[in-house]
Design a protein around this ligand. Structure first.
Ligand SMILES: Nc1ncnc2c1ncn2[C@@H]1O[C@H](COP(=O)(O)OP(=O)(O)OP(=O)(O)O)[C@@H](O)[C@H]1O
Length: 505
């Protein structure tokens, strides 16, 4: 029998109040793509962090090619051939590709040699990338390539990828999969974390499923349906969101001729954006990341000021108002970046609930914070949105990515907004939690709220939106009813097809 590349035996890691990994065992063979599946908080990141030397197990063993393996730090794991591409990239915008890669190397070669090695790897693996381009000018997909090439330069035996496709366009996903298949054929093993089950079926040879920190099963993804895998993860059957018929009311959010500069040197200015969302309507905004999505959310939420008349809420000009005043009037928003922007990492969930809930939930009186009320509000979010955490006193940072996302969206939905703007509401969220968040958005609209949902997940937009528009280089196409819209038409709109100028006359 061949020795597995990595065998994991009874790994256990507990945090206060939760056993993140409870006697997890699995084997990764040489040259296989092994998927790690599980709901948010199931323990996937904890497991890979132990393999990469970022977290120390409480008990259990690992063996690499039969030899004991217990990396005390990532450097040791890398020396043994383990590489990892993280969900969040750690790149410096102002530096170029080669400089960024050199920064992560222990002993970088001269820049010219490094650049030619980058070119060689990028050509061999079909990952086009110019070593001298400034990282700030790169798309999310290109940034990911920088991270992948950085890993490949180490000639890894095991490449760990944590939700690599959530920031990619369908074309970029195809390129990535070709690269990963080539690596596999050369004998590299890949440990692949994703919530996208169809992608796992297309790519992975084997899957291990975690639930509540325990290994609950394994399967061959190509021989298993997405629904079966989802059921193994959740332990019960999934429910698809129900849209139901809704009547639209008057226009709640009216945006006309909105142009703003981006606050970031590498951002995208918005150019002459027009949109109107009626009460009860969900407007889905698609587009490849970096085409003005962050700017649109910031200008609608009030973080970025605009001309007063450019944004109207129930007929009232609000463009010049800041986030707090807009919240008071019923316009609420949840940005994409959950750690740092939507939530303060080191603050407790109670404090984070207070951050945006203070005005509408009446959490301050005479300048004093009503801590009991704030805590109760946080608790209400935790219960209503099934946020897995020991309680509201825990820091936002301690939540798994998907659970924090549920908290951030739940915090806005429970404040009964008249208009809700969300960016990537189910980013990194598992299938059942994503369905719950989408259902909450639909219920909100059914109750008469107007919703703007910015997302890169087209399936999501088709599932919940009544109207669709695409952002391309800061321009928004004219919103069109989702019913009858074809994938080809959407692709054209996302690519900035013509007619966009004419469209909103
Ligand atoms: N540093 C930490 N301190 C306290 N608890 C933690 C810490 N890191 C993880 N946890 C907890 O351990 C559990 C497993 O989290 P983990 O991040 O491994 O899940 P996951 O499967 O990767 O989730 P997701 O899909 O949402 O990223 C969660 O309940 C989480 O709250």
């Amino acid at each position: 029998m061949t020795v597995p590349l990595l065998s994991i035996d009874g790994l256990t890691k507990a945090y206060p109040g939760v056993v993140a990994n409870d006697h997890v065992s699995l084997e990764i063979q040489e040259g296989e793509v092994h998927a790690l599946l599980g709901e948010n908080g199931a323990g996937k990141s904890t497991l890979v962090k132990m393999i990469y030397g970022l977290v120390k197990p409480d008990s259990g063993q690992m063996r690499l090619r039969g030899r004991p393996f217990a990396p005390p730090e990532p450097r040791a794991a890398r020396a043994d051939g383990i590489a990892m591409v993280f969900q969040h990239f750690s790149l410096f915008d102002a530096l170029n590709v080669a400089e960024n890669i050199a920064l992560g190397m222990e002993d970088p070669p001269p820049m010219r040699d490094l650049a030619s090695r980058i070119r060689a790897v990028s050509e061999t693996y079909g990952l086009p990338l110019d070593p001298f381009r400034t990282v700030g000018d790169l798309s999310a997909g290109e940034r990911q390539r920088v991270e992948i090439i950085r890993c490949l330069l180490q000639d890894p035996k095991l490449l760990i990828m944590d939700e690599p496709t959530s920031v990619l366009t369908p074309q970029e996903v195809r390129i990535l999969f070709e690269t990963l298949r080539k690596l596999r054929d050369e004998g590299t093993s890949i440990l692949y974390i994703s919530h996208k089950l169809e992608e796992i079926r297309a790519l992975c040879d084997h899957a291990t499923i975690l639930r509540l920190g325990k290994n609950v099963g394994e399967c061959v993804p190509s021989e298993t349906t997405a629904a079966e895998m989802a059921e193994m993860m959740v332990g019960s059957a999934l429910q698809a969101p129900e849209r139901g018929r809704r009547a639209f009311g008057e226009i709640a959010l009216d945006v006309t001729g909105l142009s703003v500069a981006s606050p970031s040197a590498f951002g995208t200015p918005l150019r002459n954006v027009h949109l109107a969302v009626r009460k009860g309507e969900v407007l889905g905004i698609g587009g490849v990341a970096g085409n003005g999505q962050d700017e649109l959310l910031a200008v609608l939420s009030g973080e970025l000021p605009a001309e007063p008349d450019a944004i109207r809420l129930n007929g009232v000009a609000v463009g010049h108002l800041g986030p707090t005043e807009r919240r008071r009037l019923g316009l609420l928003a949840a940005p994409e970046e959950r750690l740092g922007h939507a939530a303060a990492p080191d603050m407790s969930l109670t404090e984070n609930a207070l951050l945006t809930g203070s005005v509408r939930e009446n959490l301050e009186r005479n300048g004093f914070i009503r801590w009991d009320a704030a805590r109760a509000f946080a608790q209400r979010i935790i219960e209503a949105f099934d946020v897995r955490t020991p309680g509201p006193d825990n820091a936002a940072r301690s939540l798994s990515g998907g659970n924090l996302q549920k908290f951030v969206i739940g915090r806005e939905v429970l404040q009964n907004p008249e208009v809700l703007v969300v960016n990537q509401p189910t980013w990194g969220v598992d299938a059942s939690a994503a369905a719950a968040i989408r259902q909450a958005i639909l219920d909100l609209a059914a109750g008469g709220a107007a919703v703007v949902c910015i997302s890169q997940d087209l399936d999501e937009l088709m599932e919940i939106s009544d109207t669709f528009a695409a952002l391309n280089e800061g321009r928004l196409s004219a919103p069109r009813p989702v019913e009858g819209l074809t994938v080809e038409e959407i692709g054209l709109l996302m690519g900035g097809a013509h007619g966009m100028e004419v469209a909103h006359v």
